[in-house]
Design a protein around this ligand. Sequence first.
Ligand code: PLP
Length: 388
Amino acid sequence: MKQIYLDNNATTPVDERVLDAMLPYLKGMYGNPSSVHFSGREAKAAMENAREQVAKFINADPSEIYFTSGGTESDNIALKGAAFLNKDKRNHIIVSSIEHHAILESAHYLEKEDFKVDYLVVDKDGFVSPDELKDKITDKTSIVSIMQANNEVGSIQDIPALSAITKEAGAVFHTDSVQAVGKIKIDVDELGADMLSISGHKVYGPKGIGVVYIKKGKRITPLFHGGHHEKKRRAGTENIPGIVGIGTALELAESLRESEHHRLDALAEFFIDGVMNAVPNVYMNGPRNERRVSSTVNLSFEYIEGESIILSLDMKGIGVASGSACTSGSLSASHVLTAMSVPIELAQGSIRFSMGRFTTKEDLEYTISVLPEIIEKLRLMSPLYSKK
Ligand SMILES: *Cc1c(COP(=O)(O)O)cnc(C)c1O
């Protein structure tokens, strides 16, 4: 059976070109970049080349790029690292209520460590309000973390406005750009970001590699202690194949960004119209405009549970997610949709279709063609539907 992968926000396949760049470092070139001899120099050169690629991608200096094990670690380093550094003087933190769990759970942990955390609300389209940030921020706030683009509904925040308010209060601004990478422009100066997180496997690179950008002059308390790697901010022998992979993946993503944006924008519009014309009682979560990452399409199918749609689509060879991939398996509605005030019945019937570099129009035509029968069948079994 043909497999159609519409879960690119959960992870992406490794691009052949990325794999080709990595392979030599998984085979003959095994050096430890800390070694002084020939093999260490070879590894170190590859690592510093990748650091330059990453720096160029976000318009930073290579000295501001730190390699980590992924988006989760980058988020942890930024939030906890900045929080603990200043605990005595500033013990207040602000995050949005629709952050990835890497930020939300870190914030919950910090609450247990006696930090005070405010969670900014969002409107029905998934946007935080700069005015609310202005109200909540104080001279005790150490860090504000608000994601650039949301993984479930694709909403793109007004990061320059939010970072400006943060700066005025003397706090540090972090943004989780994992879902923005390759989709919208990332320029740390334009964004006004002091810290920023990226993950390799969301951008056609390998899993287990990430980047945290820390602006020159900003400091953190490291989470790991060990050797002198990454200027002592992230101890541990560097993942050279992964580092070469993420460098290549970001360079490639930037060269394809404009053309992919236009292609995916058109595909998403085609898909949304197609599903809404083929199936009644479908509602879109998130904005249907340029303030959304267009490849993320979150639809609620009234009267049914998302889980059952996932299973039915899976039987047709189509891979999608309900809510965020990390919460699938749990029955509670997505925290993002709940924060957007989506009614619980609709939140539970939501499906995230996330398109990517290898998604074709044929994939979407096929998905649209199988949906009406699946939805009708599930609705006929639903007690909510028969009662209406
Ligand atoms: C996937 C994701 C992460 C976590 O990245 P990993 O590399 O999987 O740890 C963090 N933030 C967002 C928005 C994500 O989509």
